[in-house]
Design a protein around this ligand. Structure first.
Ligand SMILES: Cc1cc2nc3c(=O)[nH]c(=O)nc-3n(C[C@H](O)[C@H](O)[C@H](O)COP(=O)(O)OP(=O)(O)OC[C@H]3O[C@@H](n4cnc5c(N)ncnc54)[C@H](O)[C@@H]3O)c2cc1C
Length: 390
């Protein structure tokens, strides 16, 4: 039987995430915009997140993780994003990078890669390297079968040698493990596709400038250059030819996470704007007493709830291996991210110039919401995929 209620264990994780976000993240929210390059405040936040076991939340306890299930992970993501979407993104991206390892690695690889990525002592971040300068949405498009990838892998004795350039990956330059989507020959499409793990410090791995973005300054995005990077053959996940399948399963597992980050972002903005509008008097009465404003809040509340329910349904479908699990995950991503954009924009609107001001928190939610419509598959591409699956 499926229940919408969170179990006691899930509620404990949710509570832990809420306390962490309120006590360790919210007090720093005014600092992150100037920390985009230095990452000083974020390093402290990540140390505390690791100590609480958040980095290895989805990882099997056998490899040092907490073994939390999908619904718990979603509940945690919502609480983090309700306070700061960028922090949720950085931690969520480590789980994103862990997913191909969880799906396709053998025992030896899981021990070698997942244990450090679950460390409570050191915040070891994961980085999933998909996007390339000439190929963004295409890499994640299931119909393209990785045929536009230009990161090339060749065999040399006991090693694979990687050459290519990735752009935009989260946690680039500060991660301990890089999970790289590549090909041995892109003309072979799926048959040439592969995913390898590159550890930080491997010769030939270097980074370009840190990107300055509209939002999510907590997330560090950089170009990653692979110049004759050599890894042992034991760093290949699955076999050559598995890359496309592993990546598609990975994005299915993570698109609902993008949906939930959006639910959190929307809820955070909504809660602030609602309190503000209860005390702001306009036209002789509080803003919320104006029927038009009240109806706007009703619409926002409905959209946030609907988006959360779609994420929970997708999470349930993944657990059940439901035949429509990929479509449900895609739907949760598109609906949730669009809802967050509408809700955060309306929150700025109802607060007037105060909503637009950096002195108030709502404009940051709006800036953060925008990118989630674009990453993990831009919504235009994902909507086409949903449509083709109907
Ligand atoms: C904060 C942040 C975090 C990120 N994290 C990561 C990460 O961890 N790993 C990683 O590899 N990348 C990451 N990215 C990169 C991101 O995933 C890509 O930028 C995204 O996939 C879009 O690629 P692009 O920018 O090259 O846009 P393009 O592929 O050029 O697409 C541009 C626009 O064209 C439209 N479009 C694209 N495809 C289609 C289609 N098939 N049909 C119709 N319209 C279409 C969409 O409107 C899209 O927004 C991140 C980016 C940011 C800003």
């Amino acid at each position: 039987m499926y229940s919408f209620e969170l179990s006691e264990e899930r509620k404990q994780y949710q509570e832990l995430a809420k306390r962490f976000a309120e006590n360790e993240v919210r007090p720093l929210n005014g600092k992150f915009d100037d920390d985009w390059e230095t990452h000083r405040y974020m390093s402290e936040v990540l140390k505390k997140a690791a100590a609480l076991g958040f980095m290895g939340l989805p990882v099997d306890p056998k490899y040092g993780g907490s073994g939390a299930d999908g619904m718990t992970i979603m509940a945690v993501l919502e609480e983090l994003a309700a306070v700061n979407g960028g922090v949720a993104c950085v931690i969520g991206d480590t789980w994103f990078a862990q997913t191909p390892i969880v799906i396709a690695a053998n025992d030896e690889q899981r021990e070698r890669f997942l244990r450090p990525l679950s460390s409570r002592e050191t915040p070891n971040l994961g980085c999933i390297c998909m996007t390339e300068p000439a190929s963004g949405a295409d890499i994640e498009d299931p119909r393209m079968k990785l045929k536009t990838v230009k990161t090339i892998v060749r065999e040399d004795g006991d090693e694979y040698v990687i050459n290519g350039v990735k752009i935009w990956p989260s946690n680039a330059g500060i991660a301990s493990h890089y999970v790289v989507v590549a090909t041995t020959n892109r003309e072979k499409e799926e048959e040439g596709s592969c995913i390898l793990v590159v550890e930080a410090g491997t010769p030939g791995l270097s980074f370009g400038k840190i990107e300055r973005k509209m939002g999510m300054p907590e997330d560090q995005n950089r170009e990653i250059i692979f110049d004759e990077v050599r890894v042992p053959k034991t760093n290949l996940l699955g076999k050559i030819g598995d890359g496309h399948r592993i990546l598609q399963t990975t994005v299915t597992y993570n698109r609902l996470g993008a949906g939930m980050i959006s639910v959190g972002i929307a809820r955070g903005a909504f809660e602030y704007a609602l309190e503000y509008c209860k005390s702001r008097v306009v036209g002789g009465k509080p803003l919320v007493a104006h029927s038009l404003i009240s109806a706007m809040f009703a619409d926002m509340a409905m959209e946030i709830d609907a988006a959360r329910l779609m994420v929970y349904r997708a999470s349930w479908a993944l657990k059940k291996r439901h035949p429509r699990r990929a479509v449900y995950s895609d739907m949760a991503k598109v609906y949730g991210t669009n809802a967050a954009m509408r809700v955060t924009t309306d929150c700025v609107q109802v607060m007037g110039s105060y909503g637009y001001s950096r002195e108030y928190p709502v404009e940051k939610y709006m800036r953060d919401a925008k990118i989630v419509q674009i990453y993990l598959g831009p919504n235009e591409m994902v909507r086409q995929v949903i449509g083709e699956n109907l």
